[in-house]
Ligand binder design. Structure first.
Ligand code: SF4
Ligand code: SF4
Length: 103
């Protein structure tokens, strides 16, 4: 006989926390726009979007649009060839069942 185990029962979601990050962009290092946007493309949480204000080199640094969703995965920092973006963990929060698809 097969027993089905609900994912919501399997995971103790009350104990499941996730890091909360703060994103820092050094605008004048950035070469964002058509030549880059790697941080925007690789962010799994859609924290970043293309900015509309050019920096001193005429590029368009990204802007942070959903900082509360940053999980400090580090991909933006890893893929930035200009060392123009950094993340730091500033806390933790409990994830909701909706966020991880186990309602
Ligand atoms: S990856 Fe770096 S250089 Fe490219 S858009 Fe993002 S911050 Fe700018
Ligand atoms: S650390 Fe991860 S989640 Fe946070 S902004 Fe960078 S790529 Fe997105």
């Amino acid at each position: 006989m097969k027993h089905e185990v609900s994912p919501a029962r399997y995971w103790n979601i009350k104990e499941c926390t996730i890091p909360v990050g703060k994103v820092t962009i050094i605008a004048d290092f950035c070469k964002g726009g058509d030549d880059c946007d790697e941080c925007i493309r690789f962010c799994p949480e859609k924290v970043l979007d293309r900015g509309t204000v050019p920096n001193e080199r005429g590029y368009f640094p990204p802007v942070v649009v959903n900082e509360e969703k940053c999980t400090v995965c580090g991909r933006c920092q890893l893929y930035c060839s200009e060392n123009a973006i950094f993340v730091q963990k500033i806390g933790e929060r409990v994830v909701t069942p909706d966020e991880i698809g186990i309602t």
